[in-house]
Design a protein. Structure first.
Length: 153
């Protein structure tokens, strides 16, 4: 009987401890279902372990499209997708981003779900990454991302 009580008490402590160490993500707090938050492709080649993550700060776009669409990453881990409409810029999405497992960038927000990027190369002028396929995707290949840093507007 004492063994049974000890076993029950230790199980409860483990359960309580596991609940205390849980830290919810922005999407979980806002009850937003993640749309693209998938683990990295295990067969891909990771970015160098000494990648300078601060280089992500700035405004990025596909080559030749800096005057139309920009992905903005700030020094305080904020993320925005902006689109030029006439002479002004409109924010389409905003949220937060973080790096996980060295080269995995996760951007998520209340109106966009979560997007996972596996960063392959990051320099002061180039961001090359892949979006790993999800179970819903009929495409088994990662989606390549090739962005350049845009000049300040």
């Amino acid at each position: 009987m004492i063994k049974s009580i000890f076993h029950t008490a230790s199980c409860c402590l483990v359960l309580i401890a596991s609940q205390l160490s849980f830290v919810p993500t922005y999407a979980q707090i806002r009850n937003v279902p993640p749309t693209r938050n998938v683990p990295p492709n295990p067969t891909s080649t990771p970015a160098p372990s000494r990648m300078n993550r601060t280089l992500i700060v700035g405004e990025w776009s596909e080559p030749g499209k800096c005057e139309q669409t920009r992905y903005v990453y700030t020094a305080n881990n904020r993320y925005m997708l902006m689109e030029k409409q006439g002479i002004t810029w409109k924010t389409l999405y905003k949220g937060i981003y973080t790096f996980n497992q060295g080269n995995i960038l996760i951007a998520e927000g209340s109106n966009m779900g979560a997007t996972t990027l596996e960063v392959k190369r990051l320099t002061s002028s180039t961001l090359q990454a892949e979006i790993p396929p999800t179970a819903e995707d009929n495409n088994s290949k990662p989606e390549p991302i090739n962005h350049v840093k845009c000049p300040r507007p």
